[in-house]
Design a protein around this ligand. Structure first.
Ligand SMILES: [Zn+2]
Length: 233
C-alpha cells in the first residue's frame, strides 16, 4: 500500500466491507435468476416476444429488439433506441427472462416519456467518468504533497461519481415497478408468476444499492484519510 510506511491503513476495512456487500448482492441476484429461470411462464412468451408486445402496446414502434451475447448483459441503449436481450433472456420463456425483458422495456418507456431521473442520469455520465478517473490520482497527489486543496478536490470529484450512482437508484427501481405493472396489464404473467418475477427484480435492484453503499464507504475513507493527514501537518 502506498502509505504503508505510516503503518497499516485501517480505513481499508471500509473498502473490504463494501466489497463484501457487492459480492453478496451479486450472488443473491445470480441465485434468484437461476432459480426462476427454471420456472416457465404459462403464457409461453419468450423475453423477446414479451418485450415486443409491451413496446407496441405502449405505442413505441421505434425501438429495435436485438439478441446480445453473454449473461446478464441485458440493457436498453437510449442513443440507438435498441433493447438488447442476453442469451438467457431473449429466447427463454421463464418468469425470470420475461421479467428482465420487461425491466428493459421499463427503461425504453422512461426514455420515451421523458422520465426526469433518466435524463439527469444521462447528463451526469461525463461528469461521473471525469470524477471516477481523476478522483484517486488527485487525492493521492494531495497526500504526497500534504496539500489540502488537492485532497478536497479529489473528494469532490469522487462525490460526483457517487452522485451518478445515487441517481441510478430511482431509475432502476422505477423500471422494475413499470415492468411488473406492464406484465400484469398486458396479461403476460399471472399473479403468482408476478410474485416470482418481483423476487428476481428486487434482487437485481439490491446490487445497485450495494454499489452505492460501497461507494459511500469509500467516500468516508477518503474523508478520514484527508482528515488524518491534515492533523499531521
Ligand atoms: Zn435497469
Amino acid at each position: 500500500m502506498f502509505w504503508g510506511y505510516y503503518g497499516f491503513d485501517s480505513t481499508y476495512l471500509l473498502v473490504l466491507i463494501g466489497l463484501v456487500l457487492c459480492v453478496a448482492a451479486s450472488a443473491k441476484v445470480k441465485s434468484a435468476f437461476a432459480k426462476y429461470s427454471r420456472v416457465r411462464s404459462r403464457s409461453g412468451m419468450t423475453g423477446a416476444q414479451a418485450a415486443d408486445m409491451i413496446l407496441k402496446r405502449s405505442g413505441i414502434y421505434d425501438v429495435r429488439i436485438e439478441h446480445v451475447r453473454g449473461d446478464m448483459t441485458d440493457h436498453y441503449d437510449p442513443r440507438s433506441k435498441t433493447l438488447r436481450l442476453s442469451d438467457t433472456v431473449y429466447g427463454s420463456s421463464s418468469v425470470a427472462a420475461v421479467g428482465v425483458a420487461a425491466h428493459e422495456c421499463g427503461h425504453a418507456l422512461q426514455h420515451a416519456r421523458g422520465y426526469a431521473p433518466l435524463s439527469i442520469r444521462t447528463a451526469l455520465v461525463p461528469v461521473a467518468n471525469f470524477g471516477s478517473s481523476l478522483a484517486w490520482p488527485i487525492f493521492i497527489a494531495g497526500l504526497i504533497f500534504s496539500f489540502g486543496p488537492l485532497l478536497s478536490l479529489g473528494i469532490v470529484l469522487f462525490m460526483a461519481a457517487v452522485l451518478f450512482q445515487v441517481v441510478t437508484l430511482p431509475v432502476e427501481f422505477n423500471a422494475s415497478s413499470r415492468a411488473l405493472k406492464l406484465l400484469q396489464s398486458n396479461g403476460i404473467l399471472y399473479e403468482d408468476e408476478i410474485r416470482d418475477t418481483r423476487k428476481v427484480l428486487s434482487a437485481a435492484a439490491l446490487t445497485y444499492v450495494a454499489s452505492v453503499a460501497a461507494s459511500l464507504l469509500q467516500l468516508l475513507r477518503l474523508i478520514i484519510l484527508a482528515g488524518g493527514r491534515r492533523h499531521d501537518d
